[in-house]
Design a protein around this ligand. Structure first.
Ligand code: ATP
Length: 345
């Protein structure tokens, strides 16, 4: 398996190495050969090659199965300078779905117990950065694009993920009664794909109703699939439900490649102090292995992912090596070391 290492900025320099450390341990234990390719990006890319998204990185990514992407500190980049841009990786590699798990742990403070949801958010259409225009200073028009292809492929991803889980249930979140054509098309495609997966339960819920249920009874959901902008909002509700940004991993998925990227930003306020929580990055890396195992039928990758999952749960349950946002006193490296040690044990 060929995996790129892109550190990103600020706490990326601290959490990405922990993720790699744990994945290396899991690869070793499971007999999965991983060819690691460090590639410059962000401030490092600018310093070494004059660009936050160097051409060599863009080129090399094409050769990889996936990569670990640290957070990019784009908020602090100089404006209006094309050499300081947010790398347009999702778009360039047509990463069309974001998988965002939201899972509670017994001894970590969260609003609800026994939450275990995977959100599957469409990433390429909807209103996410879509066309807007202002015919005069009193009116602004924003457009939402929904396609059959975009809807069907994200729905299929959701059903494939559901098949790997115990409850095997997909809930499509939309608002068809109000947006008959756009949400209507999304819902139609979800229903069509659902027919190909008779072993997975399928239900639909209106976006407003699901927003309320996520707050009052999140345990009823397994996999939730939705369009880009609804997904943007729901996944933040999901992160809030189970303890915040340090616990919010993510995987952006394309047809043949995937990118592990935590939901949190580069958190410059805590960078360089060795206190950032590496959980989200480590779990994103685990999801990359899971995805690879599922898509390419590689049992060793699935095995490596299971080891990381068990080791992470064990370290959290022991409650000794936790970073301060989780109520512990451990440093970033101590928590990463503890998870890597549990993987190897
Ligand atoms: P961006 O706009 O780049 O997505 P943001 O402004 O939303 O970033 P983050 O960089 O994600 O913000 O950080 C928000 C807050 O959450 C920070 O103040 C930081 O202290 C905290 N935070 C984020 N990630 C972590 C982490 N891995 N461990 C601990 N705290 C974190």
């Amino acid at each position: 398996m060929k995996i790129g290492i892109l550190l990103g900025d600020d706490i990326g320099l601290e959490v990405v190495p922990e993720c790699v450390k744990v994945m290396k341990a899991a690869g070793e234990r499971s007999g999965l050969g991983i060819d690691w390719r460090p590639l410059p990006i962000g401030r490092q890319g600018h310093k070494e090659l004059g660009d936050t998204y160097p051409a060599v990185t863009a080129r090399e990514l094409r050769e990889l199965d996936g990569w670990i992407m640290g957070p990019i500190g784009h908020n602090a980049y100089p404006r209006n300078d094309p050499t300081w841009m947010m790398p347009p990786v999702r778009k360039e590699f047509d990463l069309f779905a974001a998988l965002r798990p939201s899972r509670s742990y017994e001894n970590i403070k969260s609003i609800h117990r026994e939450v275990d949801i995977v959100f599957v958010r469409e990433l390429t259409e909807g209103m996410g950065g879509g066309p807007e225009f202002r015919p005069d200073d009193e009116v602004t028009i924003a457009m939402r694009v929904i396609s059959r292809k975009g809807s069907a492929r994200v729905a299929r991803e959701a059903f494939e993920v559901a098949r790997t889980r115990k409850r095997r249930k997909v809930t499509a979140a939309h608002k068809e009664p109000a947006y008959r054509l756009s949400c209507g098309m999304f819902a139609e495609e979800c229903r069509k794909v659902a027919r190909e997966y008779p072993d997975v339960t399928f239900e639909e819920e209106l976006i407003d109703t699901i927003s309320m249920h996520l707050v009052t009874a999140p345990q009823r959901y397994d996999v939730i699939v939705t369009t880009n902008q609804f997904g943007d909002i729901l996944t933040d509700i999901g992160a809030g439900l189970v303890g915040g940004l340090g616990l919010a991993p993510g995987l952006c998925v394309g047809a043949r490649q995937a990118m592990a990227q935590a939901t949190h930003g580069s958190a410059p306020d805590i960078a360089g102090k060795n206190i950032a929580n590496p959980y989200a990055m480590i779990t994103s890396g685990r999801m990359l292995l899971e995805w690879y195992g599922r898509v390419f039928g590689e049992a060793k990758a699935v095995g490596a992912a299971r080891r990381i999952e068990a080791a992470t749960a064990e370290v959290i349950a022991a409650g000794v090596h936790l970073t301060r946002d989780l109520g512990g006193k451990a440093s970033t490296t101590e928590m990463g070391d503890a998870i890597a040690a549990a993987v190897l044990a």
